[in-house]
Design a protein around this ligand. Structure first.
Ligand code: NAP
Length: 291
């Protein structure tokens, strides 16, 4: 494994699991197997959101019975082992007309927190990330983060984080309440947050990249075709390019926590194995040079 990181008052393994892809398979038994196997293999940091659902969620696998990632987690893991740390997020808000907006009032944010509590079947959320769009004014960010800080003070949330933010936005939120993690899109081919990653390390804040495997393909998922550098490094180590992409993020600093998203039991095993993949200085230079 890639070692551990202190996330708030808990220590978690740096290789975690993202749950956004778990709803894609209409056979929910597969998602439950993935979750249980992940925990069996040492995963103790699981990322989720109440809006990871299908149909009607971010990854919309089309019609069929509603499947919520949060409820799959509950079905698979409750009673939760003490060491399992579940990070969720609030912000994106699907309005009744189907339009995506942002939870922009304390009441809307509270409703989302309560939905997470209910679907996960817990009385306190380990961690809630406020997921925003980078364009929101500082005042709006301060109000929303302040609303979550109030819910934390009320005992509904243990720790707070931020998602999809800039360094300036971190500076707006951090004086309001402790920020234990920043969750942003980041991969070998999505590197606009190199500076923010460094700032997080300096401040002891976990940096949790999403799209580490999908990269520029984003919600569309993993690309079949990878760069020549990734192919060569993967061949040298006898692993897949996707494993190299994941390992590369973990080599960006001891504070980087991976949350690869998969609904495929074989991919899960590969991703966990990637935590033990030691890339050399030459490997990293070759990947960086390819951009
Ligand atoms: N804060 C935010 O705004 C935000 C946004 C997006 C995601 N997230 C979180 O971050 C997590 C990671 O993001 P993500 O799931 O979108 O992207 P990702 O982890 O970069 O990649 C997931 C894609 O890669 C595939 N995959 C996973 N492991 C693989 C392997 N070993 N070999 C080949 N393909 C593999 C998955 O398909 P299979 O299912 O077939 O394996 C899926 O298509 C999410 O699950 C979610 O928890 C947060």
């Amino acid at each position: 494994m890639a070692g551990t990181w202190r996330l708030g008052d808990r220590t978690v393994n740096r290789m975690g699991l993202g749950s956004m892809r778990l709803t894609a398979n209409p056979d929910t038994g597969v998602a439950i197997r993935v979750l249980r196997r992940a925990v069996e293999l040492g995963v103790d940091h699981i990322d989720t959101a109440a809006f990871y659902r299908t149909p009607g969620g971010i990854i919309d696998a089309g019609p069929g019975p509603v499947r919520h990632a949060t409820e799959l987690i509950r079905a698979a893991l409750r009673p939760y082992p003490n060491r399992v740390f579940i990070a969720t997020k609030v912000g994106p808000d699907r309005r009744p007309d189907g339009r995506w907006a942002e939870a922009d009032t304390p009441a809307r944010l509270r409703r989302q927190v309560e939905e997470n509590l209910r679907r996960l079947g817990v009385t306190t959320l380990d961690l809630v990330n406020l997921r925003i769009t980078r364009q929101i004014p500082a005042q709006a960010l301060a109000e929303r983060f302040g609303a979550l800080a109030d819910l934390r003070a009320a005992g509904l949330i243990r720790h707070l984080g931020l998602s999809n933010i800039t360094a300036e936005q971190l500076d707006v939120a951090a004086p309001i309440a402790p920020v234990v993690c920043v969750q942003n899109a980041y991969s070998v081919d999505l590197r606009r947050d190199d500076d923010l990653l460094r700032i997080c390390r300096e401040r002891g804040i976990a940096f949790v990249p999403f799209f580490a495997i999908a990269g520029r393909q984003r919600e569309a998922g993993a690309a079949g075709e990878q760069s020549g550098a990734l192919r060569r490094v993967a061949a040298r180590h006898g692993v897949t390019e996707h494993q190299v992409r994941l390992a590369w993020t973990l080599h960006r600093g001891p504070h980087v926590l991976a949350i690869p998203g998969t609904g495929d039991p074989a991919h899960l095993e590969q991703n966990i194995a990637a935590a033990g993949l030691a890339l050399t200085g030459a490997d990293l230079a070759e990947i960086d040079a390819a951009g």
